[in-house]
Write a protein of this length. Structure first.
Length: 312
C-alpha cells in the first residue's frame, strides 16, 4: 500500500454512499459511471474488504462500508471547507502580507502610506521589513518588496514605479570652509562620505549634461555607512559631501540646509521597482497591497516633485 491514501477513491465512495447509486454519484461528480465503479473497486482492493453489495435490484453498504462512508464524508466536508477558505482568501484581501523596503524610503514614505491601506482592508495585516540590503524574497518568505536599485535578471516579476535622481550635496558651511568643486576630478581634494549600497560604492560616476563627457572618481573621507540617514548629521554639520537620492533630502535642499554641487553633471539614475516572486496567481491580499503601493509611489511624492511616472 502506498503511503498516501487514495483520496479520490474515498471521495467518490462517499458520494456513492450518499446517493445510494453509482449513476447518481457519477452525475453529481460529473464523471462516467465506469470511472465511479473502478474507483470503488480500486478502494476495495486497496483495503482488502468489500464495501458494498450491489445487484441489479439491491444496493447495501457492508458494516465496513458504513464505517468508512462516514469517515470519508467527513474527510470530503473538511476538504471542501479548506478549499472554500483558501478560495475566499485568494478572492478577498485577507491575511498577512510580508513586505520588504529600503530603510530610509520605508520610514519616510512606506510607513506613512500604510494606515490608509489598512483602513481600506481591515482583514489584512502587514509585516514590514526595513533594510537597505537586498533581501532574498523567496528564501526570506516575502510576498513583495520595494527596491531602489538596478535589477539583475531573475525569476522575480518587477514593475517600475519611478526614476530616482541622485544629487551630490553638501551644506553651505562645508562649501564656505572647503570651497565648491567645479569639476568631478576636484572631489579628490574633498571629504566625501560613502554609502555601502550604491551601485558602485567605491566609485562615483558622472556624466556631463551638455557634452556627454564621463568622469569616474574614487571618493574618500571619514564616514561610510549602510544607510543614508546615518550620513545626515555629518552632512548638516559641514563635515563632508555625499551622494543622496532626491526623495531623501528634498526638504533640506529646498530650505537651504544642503546645496546641490556640480549641477552641470549628473549621476546615474536608479529606479524604484515593485518586485514579487514569479509563478502562479497571487493572493488577493498581495495584489491589493501591490496595486496600492504602485498607485501611491508612481506619482509625485513631495512638493515640486516631477520625477514620478505612472507605470505603463
Amino acid at each position: 500500500m502506498s503511503k498516501l491514501p487514495d483520496l479520490e477513491a474515498l471521495a467518490i465512495f462517499a458520494k456513492v454512499a450518499e446517493t445510494q447509486s453509482f449513476s447518481g454519484a457519477a452525475e453529481a461528480l460529473n464523471l462516467s459511471k465506469a470511472t465511479v465503479s473502478k474507483a470503488v473497486s480500486r478502494l476495495e482492493v486497496r483495503l482488502g474488504t468489500t464495501l458494498l453489495h450491489r445487484t441489479s435490484r439491491r444496493f447495501a453498504l457492508t458494516e465496513q462500508g458504513r464505517g468508512l462512508a462516514a469517515r470519508a464524508a467527513q474527510m470530503v466536508a473538511e476538504g471542501e471547507a479548506a478549499e472554500a477558505q483558501a478560495l475566499d482568501q485568494s478572492m478577498n484581501p485577507r491575511g498577512l502580507v510580508r513586505l520588504a523596503a529600503p530603510m530610509s524610503f520605508g520610514i519616510s514614505y512606506v510607513a506613512p502610506a500604510l494606515p490608509e491601506f489598512l483602513a481600506r482592508h481591515p482583514d489584512v495585516s502587514i509585516d514590514l521589513h526595513l533594510s537597505d540590503e537586498v533581501v532574498d524574497l523567496v528564501g526570506g518568505g516575502f510576498d513583495c518588496a520595494l527596491r531602489i536599485a538596478a535589477l539583475p535578471d531573475s525569476s522575480l516579476t518587477a514593475r517600475k514605479l519611478r526614476t530616482i535622481k541622485r544629487h551630490l550635496v553638501a551644506s553651505p558651511e562645508y562649501i564656505a570652509q572647503r570651497g565648491r568643486p567645479q569639476d568631478p576630478e576636484e572631489l579628490s581634494r574633498h571629504s566625501c562620505f560613502g554609502y555601502a549600497y550604491l551601485p558602485t560604492p567605491n566609485t562615483w560616476k558622472f556624466r556631463h549634461k551638455t557634452d556627454g563627457r564621463e568622469v569616474m572618481v574614487r571618493p574618500h573621507g571619514p564616514l561610510r555607512a549602510n544607510n543614508a540617514d546615518a550620513l545626515t548629521a555629518s552632512l548638516l554639520a559641514g563635515l563632508g559631501i555625499a551622494e543622496q537620492p532626491d526623495f531623501f533630502h528634498w526638504d533640506d535642499i529646498a530650505n537651504g540646509r544642503l546645496e546641490i554641487l556640480l549641477p552641470d553633471w549628473e549621476l546615474p539614475r536608479i529606479d524604484l521597482h515593485l518586485v514579487a516572486p514569479g509563478g502562479g496567481p497571487r493572493p488577493a491580499r498581495v495584489t491589493a497591497l501591490m496595486d496600492y503601493l504602485a498607485g501611491r509611489f508612481a506619482g509625485p511624492l513631495w512638493p515640486g516633485d516631477t520625477g514620478g511616472k505612472r507605470p505603463g
